[in-house]
Design a protein around this ligand. Structure first.
Ligand code: XMP
Length: 523
C-alpha cells in the first residue's frame, strides 16, 4: 500500500492505493472515478494539465486518462505531459486519452472521416489481460471522430472495430494501455470487467476500498484531528449531514453536539424522525431548536420567491448563531461536503469558514475549523456508509429536500394553514410512491400547493379550494431532470386520496415539464 499525506480535513481516506483519473475535458472523468471506486479502489480526479512531478506527489498506483471532447490536433486540445507515460506507473487511456497516448509516443492519429458514435462491435485481435474471459466479439460504446491508425513503437493492437483499426492497444513492458471505447458507461456491458482487469491484473491493485474500511479510516482520522476538543454539527436530517454526524459520533461520541434547527417548513414527521434517530437510537447530544413560529412570523405576507429564500437563510443564520454562541469551547464544525462539491468548487483545501456555505448559510464571523468526513465520497458511497453505520433507510434513501423546505413549494404566502395542507398532501404522494416501489427510481416526488383557488363540488356542496401539483422527476444529479412517467393507476390513487383526505384541495394536476427549461422546484 502507498501512504497518502493527510489532507488536514479528517476525510475518509487514509492509506489506500490511489488511482489518479486525469480529466482531459469530457464529462466522463467523474464517471470513471466512480466506476473505479465501485471496483473498490480509491480514485481521485486531477486536471488534464497536470505535470509528471505533480502526479508523483500524489503517489498513484495507476493512472487513467479520461476521454475529452477535443481532437489531439485541435487548438484547444489538452496535451498530456508525455513524462507521465514514463513514470513506470500503469496507465489506461480512454477515448481521447487513448489518442493522446498514441500522439505523445509517436503513433498516428487521423480524422478518418467516419467517426463512431454509439453501440459498436469490438473484435479482439490479440490476447490482452484487459479482455480476459470476454467474448472475441462484443458490443462497446464509442464516441469519437479521430482514430488511432498506427500504434506507437512498442505497442501491439489488441482489438479493432469497423472504423477503428486500433480500438485497443498496449505496451506490455511499460504497462501502457489504450481503449478507443468507453468502458465506464453502462452501454459497454463488459466495460466494468475491462476496468477491473486493468486495476487488478495490469496494475496489481487490491480491492480494499470498502464501506467498512472507509468508516474505520475516517473514524481514526477524526479522532486524531479533534483530540479532546468539542465539535458541533448542523443537522438538517438530509442524507449528507446525517451520515456525517453519525460518522463523527462514532469517532468521538459525547464530544459531538448536533444542532437541529426545525424551521417548521419540514415534511410530515420529519422533525420527529430526526430526533428519534439521533437523540434516541444513536443517543447523541442533540439540541433541537423549534423555531417554527419565528420563521413563520418572518415570512408573513411574503410572496416573492427570492425574498422567501433570503428571509429563511437569514433567520437560520441568526438561530444557529445564538446556539453556537452558547456552546463554549467548541472549535470544530462538521459539514457534509461531498466529493462532487469539492470537484465543482475546484479547491482541495480545508479552510476556516469565512463565507456562507451549503450547510444552509452560517455566519461569516464564526471561527470554526471544518471537519468534512465525506469530502472524498460520492453520494452513492455516502448512502452505503450511512447504511453500514446503521442509519434507518428513511434517512439513507431520503430524497433531496431544499434548505427552504416547503416554503418554496407553496406558491404565494406561507401560512400555518397552507403548510398543514401541503404536508398532508405531500405525505400521500410519498406513501403512494413507496407503495408502488418507485422511491429509488425517482430523484424527487412531491406536491406543490398553488396560491390560487378553483371551484369544485364535493358531496352536495360547492368548494372553492387550492389545486395541488404533483411533481415527480428522474435525474442523475439535478442539473437536468425529466418528468417521471408515473402510471395512470399511481396518479389516480394519488389524486383521489389527496382530494378525499386533504381538506383545502379540490383539484390535482401533473407537472410534465423537464429541466431545463423548468426547474425541479417551483420557486
Ligand atoms: P432546482 O429547483 O434548481 O433544484 O431544479 C435542483 C435541486 O436542488 C434542490 N434545491 C435545493 N437544495 N437548498 C438545497 O439544499 C436550496 O435552497 C435548494 N433549492 C433547490 C432541489 O430540491 C433539487 O434537488
Amino acid at each position: 500500500m502507498t501512504t497518502r499525506p493527510s489532507s488536514g480535513s479528517a476525510s475518509a481516506v487514509g492509506d489506500y492505493d490511489k488511482v489518479l483519473v486525469v480529466d482531459l475535458g469530457a464529462q466522463y472523468a467523474q464517471l470513471i472515478a466512480r466506476r473505479v471506486r465501485e471496483a473498490h479502489c480509491y480514485s481521485e480526479i486531477v486536471r488534464g494539465s497536470i505535470r509528471a512531478d505533480e502526479v508523483m506527489s500524489h503517489d498513484p498506483s495507476a493512472i487513467i486518462l479520461s476521454g475529452g471532447p477535443a481532437s489531439v490536433y485541435a487548438e484547444d486540445a489538452v496535451d498530456i505531459d508525455p513524462e507521465i507515460l514514463r513514470l513506470g506507473i500503469p496507465v489506461l487511456g480512454i477515448c481521447y486519452g487513448h489518442q493522446a497516448i498514441a500522439h505523445a509516443l509517436g503513433g498516428v492519429v487521423e480524422r478518418t472521416g467516419s467517426g463512431e458514435y454509439g453501440r459498436t462491435r469490438l473484435d479482439i485481435e490479440d490476447a490482452s489481460v484487459l479482455f480476459e474471459g470476454l467474448p472475441d466479439s462484443h458490443d462497446v460504446w464509442m464516441s469519437h471522430g479521430d482514430a488511432v491508425v498506427k500504434p506507437p513503437p512498442g505497442f501491439r493492437v489488441t482489438a479493432s472495430t469497423g472504423s477503428s483499426p486500433v480500438a485497443a492497444m498496449q505496451d506490455d513492458e511499460k504497462k501502457l494501455f489504450g481503449l478507443q471505447f468507453h468502458p465506464e458507461v453502462h452501454h459497454s456491458p463488459r466495460g466494468q470487467e475491462v476496468l477491473r482487469h486493468f486495476l487488478y491484473k495490469a496494475a496489481g491493485l487490491m480491492p480494499t476500498w470498502t464501506n467498512a474500511s472507509i468508516i474505520e479510516e475516517s473514524v481514526a482520522a477524526v479522532r486524531a484531528r479533534v483530540g479532546d476538543a468539542r465539535v458541533i454539527c448542523g443537522l438538517s436530517g438530509g442524507v449528507d449531514s446525517s451520515v456525517a454526524a453519525a460518522l463523527v459520533h462514532k469517532a468521538i461520541g459525547e464530544q459531538l453536539t448536533c444542532v437541529f434547527v426545525d424551521h417548521g417548513l419540514l415534511r410530515h414527521r420529519e422533525a420527529e424522525e430526526v430526533i428519534e434517530t439521533f437523540g434516541g437510537h444513536f443517543d447523541m447530544r442533540l439540541i433541537h431548536i423549534d423555531a417554527a413560529d419565528r420563521f413563520l412570523a418572518a415570512l408573513a405576507g411574503v410572496e416573492d420567491p427570492e425574498l422567501k429564500r433570503t428571509i429563511i437563510g437569514e433567520t437560520f443564520i441568526r438561530v444557529f448563531e445564538e446556539v453556537a454562541n452558547d456552546l463554549e469551547e467548541t472549535s470544530f464544525l462538521v459539514q457534509g461536503t461531498l466529493y462532487p462539491d469539492v470537484i465543482e468548487s475546484g479547491s482541495g483545501e480545508a479552510a476556516k469558514i469565512k463565507s456562507h456555505h451549503n450547510v444552509g448559510g452560517l455566519p461569516d464571523d464564526m471561527d470554526f475549523q471544518l471537519i468534512e468526513p465525506l469530502r472524498d465520497l460520492f453520494k452513492d458511497e455516502v448512502r452505503a456508509v450511512g447504511a453500514e453505520l446503521g442509519l434507518p433507510e428513511e434517512i439513507v434513501w431520503r430524497q433531496p429536500f431544499p434548505g427552504p423546505g416547503l416554503a418554496v413549494r407553496i406558491i404565494g404566502e406561507v401560512t400555518a394553514e397552507r403548510l398543514e395542507i401541503l404536508r398532508a398532501a405531500d405525505d400521500i404522494i410519498t406513501d403512494e410512491i413507496r407503495k408502488a416501489g418507485l422511491e429509488r427510481e425517482l430523484w424527487q416526488y412531491f406536491g406543490v400547493l398553488l396560491g390560487i383557488r378553483s371551484v369544485g363540488v364535493q358531496g352536495d356542496g360547492r368548494t372553492y379550494a387550492h389545486p395541488l401539483i404533483i411533481r415527480a422527476v428522474t435525474s442523475e444529479d439535478a442539473m437536468t431532470a425529466d418528468w417521471a412517467r408515473l402510471s395512470y393507476a399511481v396518479l389516480d390513487q394519488m389524486s383521489s386520496r389527496v382530494i378525499n383526505e386533504v381538506e383545502g384541495i379540490n383539484r390535482v394536476a401533473l407537472d410534465i415539464s423537464s429541466k431545463p427549461p423548468a426547474t425541479i422546484e417551483w420557486e
